[in-house]
Design a protein around this ligand. Structure first.
Ligand code: ATP
Ligand code: MG
Length: 419
């Protein structure tokens, strides 16, 4: 035997039965996006490295440390996408979408790549479900997206998720806050981790995002950005809060939430799960407003807001809940080889009509086939043999209690639907 080859560390295979949960999450997302009028986009997994350097920010962990960057055969620097917003904005600009419609509502579902230290809920390939809204600067757009996430998580019955919000201000007020923050952090320099000491000058907001215990203690006492907001940013934030309450959406204000990306302006939000095994990977999703992103990538001044949810983490939270899969409707067994052709035709035609039919091509003794029928958890079993083929009828046997009854083969769809 040749030597085994393993999968790449931090990149998971998603196999049954887990893949069922994944499918459920994705279809719930599509259903909710449909209700809100968001259309799907699919952008490439690989982009020009410059897109992320400019779009996400050079000083972020994502771009500075976590990107899978490589040269293609012509020497271009490409990167596996670490997030979905910069690619969405790139596509929005490239296809002049603002000329086609004043407001654009998009969603995406797909894998992202970050070279991170792995643990439960933190992987190197992970999946995100995200949405982007371009063209609306009003707070109602921010609130619509939060409402969408709440409705999605509720549809899936994800337990114990809370919403935190903050405002990160804009070009008018953030610089003053950053100056106060740098001043505070410099005074507490010694209590910060080595990385954060470096961040003070390079990217002070990132210190607020550090998961190190010591840094967290320092940032608890840091000045609050909310005290620095300019009039328009304050009005925007107040209106977001008022509308959240109007819709009955519970939230907490967390003035020290900064999010990991550089492009946010004004509203930032995060959905956090109470779950012991997730630890510092407890954010199931987050988002915010990024009114400067489109113009910084060479487009017009188009306001935008969006979010991204971590599918892996949502599936982890759901994997502990019991949930009913769709059981097979019928297991068809064959008494002898002569019945096989007839069985194949019957299986195919019932499947065409929408029934979930189990059939085991290995055949074998009736006893072993009935064992498989039990294991399949099908609602009914049916044996096809010479007798059944001559009579064009068979015994439909319930596998979870009840009496068998004779059903004509032509009437099988009706019998399966009725029970
Ligand atoms: P965290 O604070 O957990 O590092 P983040 O701020 O880096 O998250 P975002 O870039 O906002 O995360 O991505 C949105 C969501 O994607 C996160 O809330 C999380 O659920 C998920 N996510 C981010 N990074 C990973 C990862 N390495 N593995 C699994 N899920 C992830
Ligand atoms: Mg992160």
């Amino acid at each position: 035997m040749s030597q085994k080859i393993s999968g790449v560390k931090g990149m998971n295979d998603i196999l049954p039965p887990d893949s069922r949960i994944w499918r459920r999450v994705e279809s719930a997302a599509r259903e909710v996006f449909d209700r809100f009028g968001y259309e799907e986009i699919r952008t490439p997994i690989v982009e020009d490295t410059a897109l992320f350097v400019r779009g996400v920010g050079e000083g972020t962990d994502i771009v500075g440390k976590e990107m899978y960057t490589f040269e293609d055969k012509s020497g271009r620097s490409l990167s596996l996408r670490p997030e979905g917003t910069a690619p969405a904005a790139r596509a929005y600009i490239e296809h002049s979408v603002h000329n086609l419609e004043p407001v654009t509502h998009w969603f995406y579902i797909g894998p992202m790549f970050r070279y991170e230290r792995m643990k439960t809920g933190r992987y190197r390939q992970f999946w995100q479900i995200g949405a982007e809204a371009f063209g609306v600067k009003e707070p109602a757009q921010d609130v619509e997206l939060m409402d969408l996430v709440v409705q999605f998580l509720r549809a899936l019955q994800v337990p114990n998720v809370s919403l935190s919000i903050n405002s990160l201000g804009d070009d008018a007020c953030r610089p003053k806050y950053l100056a106060a923050l740098v001043d505070y952090l410099s005074r507490h320099r010694d209590a910060l981790c080595a990385e954060c000491r470096e961040r003070i000058d390079r990217n002070p907001l990132r210190v607020l995002d550090c998961k190190n215990e010591g840094c967290r203690r320092v940032t608890q006492g840091a000045p609050s950005i909310l005290e620095f907001l300019c009039g328009p940013c304050r009005a925007h934030f107040d209106e977001v809060k008022r509308q959240l309450s109007l819709l009955g959406l519970k939230y907490e204000v967390d003035p020290r939430m900064a999010r990991g990306l550089d492009y946010y302006t004004r509203t930032a939000f995060e959905f956090i799960a109470e779950h012991p095994s997730l630890g510092t990977a407890s954010a199931v999703g987050g988002g915010g407003r990024y009114d400067k992103l489109v113009s910084s990538l060479g487009g017009l001044e188009i306001p935008a807001v969006g979010f991204a949810l971590g599918v892996d983490r949502i599936c982890l939270l759901l994997s502990e809940q019991p949930h009913a899969d769709r059981a097979p409707d019928l297991f068809i067994a064959t008494a002898d080889d002569k019945a096989k052709d007839e069985a194949l035709k019957l299986v195919s035609s019932l499947r065409r009509e929408g029934f979930r039919i189990e059939f085991d091509g290995r055949g074998g003794s009736l006893k072993s086939q009935m064992k498989r029928a039990d294991k399949s958890l099908a609602r009914f079993a049916l044996v096809l043999g010479e007798n059944e083929l001559t009579m064009r009828a068979a015994q439909l046997k319930p596998l979870r209690g009840g009496e068998p009854k004779s059903v004509s083969l032509d009437a099988l769809p009706a019998a399966l639907s009725a029970s």
